[in-house]
Design a binder for this molecule. Structure first.
Ligand SMILES: [Zn+2]
Length: 399
């Protein structure tokens, strides 16, 4: 490519050139993916997380970014890498997380390996392949002499897998000033669909306090907390209304100490999800309105709504349509999907910022021993990301 590239960025010639370049660079992408996967980074291990943050920071610096580490007391340090583009308007925010659900040592059981066009290992698809794509996309644009449409900020956080409690404020701060947010979570399904809506999520902890007694000597003096919990679970089951956009799941339940003791305490953890924001508060109220059935039992209800739904706003729809047309320039047919799981994209979409999720790797088995990413998808998705970074207009939200 010449130093000046007069064709429109998304002209098929440019798109094909970028994709070819990225395909040729696949060994570089895979080498970086291997290094990232081998640097284990479980959400709850601050030392391991901080080591990964330093690795990421040094790689971003080498790629020419200004890097800032947000040091955290109780979570891993968050990484912000800025690729500047002075005078080109508001930034595009790339959102990722570098924590994984796998404890240290998982690598010995599921090492990073490649076979039959797939790369396996902890965090390959969720989402170390997504992180690798940011480097590849920026590098390819430089090689093609294609400028960024605006500044590109990569905010890579350390606690997405455990609820983003230590990063939400930072994510919202940087999203507010952005023209669009691109989230590097895995694609939906093996067809590589982008995610344009996600359910909002919450968790309730229900604790039942009863009264212990001897099951043989004085059972009538006890209040069986497990019995009370069972009655409550039956009530909660009625909150589940999938066709109306609400799903409720009692995922954990337990209590008691021994079979010959009337149990004093029982507890359940309940996951709930809603498709629309306005469904959340009434549902929470129904949980808080639960009252004990058995005389003498007491209920304690904790928790609540944590991630608002990512709704398919007009801005989201425009951003998806834009990505779809770039996909066409690459010879890809890209579809969209609504999914039940939440991500940090939920926070940014709820602020009204056009957000597109599922731009990371294509594969399967996230959070399981069979986690893998299709090697082919690395170059393909990096090419799409590169085109997005070079073309997203600054007026999506209000266009
Ligand atoms: Zn993820």
């Amino acid at each position: 490519m010449s130093a000046r590239n007069p064709a429109p960025v998304d002209a098929p010639g440019n798109a094909r050139w970028l994709w070819r370049r990225l395909k040729n660079r696949s060994p570089v992408l895979l080498d970086r993916l291997g290094r990232f996967v081998r640097a284990e980074s479980p959400s709850t291990d601050k030392d391991a997380l901080d080591r990964f943050a330093l690795l990421l920071a040094s790689e971003y610096r080498r790629a020419g970014a200004r890097v800032r580490l947000f040091s955290q007391k109780r979570a891993g340090d968050h990484v912000l890498a800025c690729f500047d583009a002075p005078g080109r308007g508001r930034p595009i925010l790339i959102l990722g997380h570098y924590d994984t659900v796998y404890p240290l040592g998982t690598l010995s059981r599921m090492p990073f390996r490649m076979r039959a066009g797939r790369a396996w290992g902890p965090g390959t698809i969720d989402m170390k392949s997504g992180l690798v794509m940011t480097f590849a996309a920026i590098d390819a644009l430089r090689a093609a002499h294609l400028p960024l449409a605006g500044p590109v900020f990569c905010l890579i956080t350390s606690d997405e897998e455990i609820g983003s409690h230590h990063s939400r404020a930072l994510i919202e701060r940087y999203a507010r000033g952005a023209r669009a947010v691109l989230v590097l979570e895995p694609a939906a399904g093996t067809a590589g669909k982008l995610k344009t809506s996600r359910k909002g999520t919450g968790e309730i902890e229900l604790i039942v306090h009863g009264k212990s007694a001897h099951a043989g000597l004085n059972p009538e003096e006890g209040v069986n907390a497990i019995h009370e919990l069972a009655l409550q679970i039956e009530r909660i089951r009625a909150f589940n209304r999938p066709s109306a956009g609400t799903t409720v799941n009692v995922g954990v339940a337990g209590g008691g100490t021994r079979s010959n003791v009337i149990p004093e305490r029982a507890r359940a953890l309940i996951d709930f999800r809603v498709t629309r924001r306005e469904l959340a508060a009434p549902l929470e109220r129904r949980f808080r309105a639960l009252r004990p059935v058995l005389p003498g039992a007491k209920l304690e209800i904790r928790g609540g709504f944590s991630r608002p739904p990512m709704e398919r706003t007009p801005g989201v729809a425009r951003l998806f349509a834009h990505a779809q047309s770039l996909g066409t320039a690459l010879g890809l047919h890209i579809e969209e999907a609504a999914v039940g799981g939440g991500s940090d994209g939920n926070f940014t979409a709820a602020l009204g910022i056009p957000t597109l999720d599922g731009l990371g790797g294509v594969g399967a088995g996230a959070h399981s021993p069979g986690e893998f990413v299709f090697v082919r998808s690395l170059a393909e998705r990096a090419a799409l990301l590169a085109l997005l970074l070079a073309t997203i207009p600054d007026n999506l939200a209000g266009a």
